[in-house]
Design a protein around this ligand. Structure first.
Ligand SMILES: [Zn+2]
Length: 314
């Protein structure tokens, strides 16, 4: 049975992505559009035109999406409001209700990292495990803790802000206003900033720094400090949730074993009395959010296990 299709929409800070996905997990139509710096109502107008355009493309192929999964950072999954987006200048912005009105079909809101974690648990690197953790390391750091097929969202939809759990109390200032947060040491942006602040001669990205660990002692030092800070956070994750696997995603995951191998060692060294869970790289990568959006939409149609047979490569 492959007649049901859904629309997945991924609202990023600089671009919007969409896909029409069928019950077997196949992407039938895909598209994206750059926001080109649009903010506020202008940004919403671009999003609305983009989504209506995706629906028109679907109709031209005889497809009629039955629901829309809508993913964004800062999403309140209860209301469909984006609580805060600095790139799009949205504050408590009701994109879910407004798209429901303009599309005339159910819109299921999802938080970007939690939905990506759910997708990894359903069909990616954490498939088959009831309890898993996903840590997204990019410009910032956030996590998803998935248990019993649900990503924990919290009473105020603010769960799993791993990047802002202090690893060194009273440590370096974080952009959030606290001190010693994980994000201040281990996000891609912080690794680059700390390398420069420590006397690095060039403005290197975290990816550049990861490539010169053998030849540049300062790069190796800053990288190791990021790994140690991450390991401290993963001790907390391990002891709090007891995940079967920890999945690492986001831009920094592209460093692959340069990050994961020392992280596995550091985590085990810091866990005195229990074995560390495996640490693996995300299988779905940047497609995780859209696939997660489709999973949310299929669940709303009563197809709770729609993704159980999907292939992560599809
Ligand atoms: Zn912080």
């Amino acid at each position: 049975m492959t007649d049901q299709v859904v629309l997945g929409i991924d609202v990023g800070g600089t671009s919007f992505k969409g896909a029409v996905i069928d019950e077997t997990g196949r992407t039938l139509i895909a598209g994206s559009i750059a926001t080109e710096g649009a903010q506020g109502e202008d940004a919403f107008a671009i999003l609305e035109r983009f989504v209506i355009g995706m629906m028109a493309q679907a109709a031209a192929q005889g497809l009629k999406p039955a629901a829309c999964g809508l993913i964004s950072p800062g999403m309140d999954e209860r209301t469909g409001h984006v609580m805060f987006s600095s790139n799009l200048s949205w504050r408590d912005f009701p994109i879910g209700p407004r798209l429901t009105a303009s599309l005339g079909l159910p819109v299921l809101p999802g938080h970007d990292v939690r939905t990506a974690g759910l997708a990894e648990a359903q069909l990616g690197a954490a498939k088959g495990f009831a309890d898993s953790a996903m840590v997204m390391i990019g410009t910032g750091i956030a996590a998803a803790l998935v248990t019993g097929g649900q990503a924990i969202s919290g009473a105020a939809q603010m769960a799993c802000e791993l990047g802002h759990i202090p690893v060194y109390p009273g440590g370096e200032a974080c952009a959030c206003g606290q001190f010693g947060c994980l994000e201040a040491y281990a996000s891609a942006a912080s690794i680059a900033r700390r390398y420069r602040a420590a006397g690095g001669k060039q403005a290197l990205t975290a990816a550049d720094i990861a490539m010169r660990l053998d030849s540049d002692p300062l790069a190796a030092k800053i990288w190791n400090e990021a790994v140690q800070a991450l390991a401290i956070s993963l001790v907390t994750v391990t002891l709090l949730l007891d995940p079967a696997v920890i999945v690492i995603g986001g831009g920094l995951a592209e460093a692959d074993e340069v990050l994961l191998a020392p992280l596995r060692v550091a985590l085990q060294q810091r866990l005195a009395w229990r074995a560390a869970p495996p640490i693996v790289r995300s299988e779905l990568g940047s497609r995780g959010a859209l696939l997660g959006a489709a999973i949310l939409a299929f669940r709303s149609l009563g197809l709770a296990n729609a993704a159980s047979g999907w292939q992560s490569g599809g």
